[in-house]
Design a protein around this ligand. Sequence first.
Ligand SMILES: Cc1cc2nc3c(=O)[nH]c(=O)nc-3n(C[C@H](O)[C@H](O)[C@H](O)COP(=O)(O)OP(=O)(O)OC[C@H]3O[C@@H](n4cnc5c(N)ncnc54)[C@H](O)[C@@H]3O)c2cc1C
Length: 390
Amino acid sequence: MTRTADVVVIGGGVTGVSLAFHLTGLGVERVRVLERRFLAAGGTGRSVGIIRQLYPTPETSAMVLRSLRVFQRFGETVGGEAGYVGCGALIGVSPAMRPKLEATLGVQRALGIRAELLEPEDVARVEPRIDPEGLGAVLYEPESGYGDPTAVTLGYADAARRGGAVIEQGAEVVAIHQASGRVTGVTIAGGERVDAPVVVNAAGLWSPAVARLAGVELPIVIGRHPVFVVERDPGFGAPHLVYLDLAGGSYARPETGNLTLTGSLTDDEAEHPMDPELLGSDASFEEASAILERTGRALPRLAEARYRRGYAGAFDITPDWMPILDESPVRGFYIAAGMSGHGFKLAPAVGELMAARIAGTTPPVSLSPFALGRFKATAVAGTFVASYLR
Ligand SMILES: Cc1cc2nc3c(=O)[nH]c(=O)nc-3n(C[C@H](O)[C@H](O)[C@H](O)COP(=O)(O)OP(=O)(O)OC[C@H]3O[C@@H](n4cnc5c(N)ncnc54)[C@H](O)[C@@H]3O)c2cc1C
């Protein structure tokens, strides 16, 4: 059996459903999202969900600000729950990183992002449980915090359905068809074909494999990023703010039930390629120890927190740790992937901008920094920290 669509979106993570929602908003009538398992089954469902605003370029800063405004009013603008908690985020940098932080802040302030540079000794004013030892400065973002990536995905999916999109779960794309250099449709496992003049690869951790179905090579490495869950002791007090310690190499974000999610911020994911099928598998306690030690140095009150569990997450990493948001060399076959560990907080803007591009309207933020052709080499050369600072 063959069906037709105006746009097929491959992948029901936060990127794919945000795109579907925005396409319906632009009047694209027959949008079909094909998800091989279930909504948020990929990186989205394992995400830590931190929303920070420190980004190194005007485009990424503008995107994160547009996205933040959506998370803050998700119920009204999309519908459903985003789980947004605007507890504030602090970003600690080393003395050597401070000049870059100041330069980045200059760009951000001009765009309307609220952020304050704190001297290390003043951080106690905002979060007294951070150890300022060894820091050169701390950036305080009062509007940042975290959200619930699965809830956001379900909210976008419901809103897309209300706009007329069809979302199929358990529908794995196994072939992408083309004729004369143009995409013509896809085949789903089981043999059903969906003809469409536009197909979007929003397959996150599987995006390189999906691109290969169309003969397109993406410069994306799937790199392991384990997450650890610890339980704060009853005397800890109110939940801590989100803390990203770029100097010491760890982060901590509060979770309900007295829990804290923590992980590494040392840029080494690209050196640990991972089969995306291992997503969610157990992470060892040995692996946890090194990271928990860094978290305990950054927030000493967490040093004694009870270890609950750890699991393997992964990032789809491009050479410069920035997304690919572009049409591929196969006309009509678009790429919205390579989110490099920040695809949750950018998802509202990514969907909005890609939908505009596909529908032929002018995106409100330039997509040229995210062109597929920008890479001279395919090896990961940049760093995750460079995705914060200029
Ligand atoms: C551990 C971890 C922590 C993170 N922390 C943060 C954070 O704090 N802040 C932040 O902003 N971002 C964070 N991220 C990154 C962010 O969560 C991801 O970039 C984002 O969720 C990716 O969404 P996506 O929709 O692009 O991809 P995915 O969520 O991976 O979705 C891709 C989907 O495509 C489907 N699929 C694959 N192949 C096929 C096929 N052939 N046919 C049909 N469907 C297919 C998959 O089943 C999957 O559901 C984190 C990610 C992880 C893993």
